[in-house]
Design a protein around this ligand. Sequence first.
Ligand SMILES: Cc1ncc(COP(=O)(O)O)c(C=O)c1O
Length: 374
Amino acid sequence: MSNNKNLYPRLTSLANSLPSSVPFVAPEMTERLSGIPVIARLGANESSFGPSPKVKKIIAESTSDVFKYGDPDAFDLKKELEKHLQIPSQNIIVGEGIDGLMGILCRLMLEEGDTVVTSNGAYPTFNYQVKGVGGVLETVPYLADYEDPNALIAKAKLLNAKMIYLANPDNPMGTHHSAEVIQRMIDSVPKESLLVLDEAYIELAPDGVAPKLDVLNKNVIRLRTFSKAYGLAGARVGYAIGHVDLVKSFDKIRNHFGVNTIGQKAALAALKDQKYISQVRNSIELGRERINQIARENGLKTIASSTNFVAVDCGLDGDFTRKVLAELVGMGIFVRMAFVAPQDRCLRVSVGIPEDIEHFAKAFPRALEKARNQ
Ligand SMILES: Cc1ncc(COP(=O)(O)O)c(C=O)c1O
């Protein structure tokens, strides 16, 4: 019950207790606040290679359909996903990106005070969604720049956690575990818990990193997106794969018209154009190599990445990386950094188009020098 009778608007006591924060400050917001135009957009792990030409064509041809609400069942897209993933469409729910699906999942699963286990410094939007429904976050540390499946499971067992979150590959470090490691984790999830396996970057990881899909397992939900490899972050389309009971329960509370008409068509066309995804994977590999090279030229190391970003180890602590970040942002280079020590020694640079990476290459030595001289 709300205890804020005298306050207006009459938010719930939970909402009143939450900080007014967003998990990520957008580059547009930074631009508005600083007045400095962004010349290289390398901070949000978008794919600045964009969607395939075929997808762009479909988007252009679909503009006159924008008056229509999107199909609430995303029927055609789910049928294509069914083919692509070789699982029944009843085990797939389409939503407004992984972030949107996470929000619904938290509302479905968590009551105030329920425990959720994640890694300290892992993807923060999940934490934001958990806290938004009053869940209690418990964390385990990274193990040498990797999320630690064994520690997550042990903590979940200890605390009788309702959910366990792991991203494979991980953001912000870009590291991945093999399918065997993740399968072992899946096999050891306590039966009272749900493993939320975030596979936002799975199309960019080496082949074989995703364990086999098992839609009969009630203890796992897998989240995927068209925002990364498919280059459709602004279209807001993602999907979850899980047991039919869990997938069906999304219908109870989801925003049925949340996934827009053009987004659905674009995602479907993107899925059909796997040749383009191979090209994107190649371009991203080259971009990762270039970022590794830039780091080396500046006497720094990088963390081996299986994603469309690279964590550049700035060699000192989080305070130093924050200074480097501020200098880069001041030069119009939008990048981000890891959130928590000791990973916050790393700057996170998305693999953008070569032109943007070259802007970074130019600015980085100056930013490092300025930060060192502060
Ligand atoms: C691990 C992870 N999960 C989810 C997302 C967001 O995905 P979507 O755009 O589908 O909401 C991101 C985006 O950076 C991410 O890094």
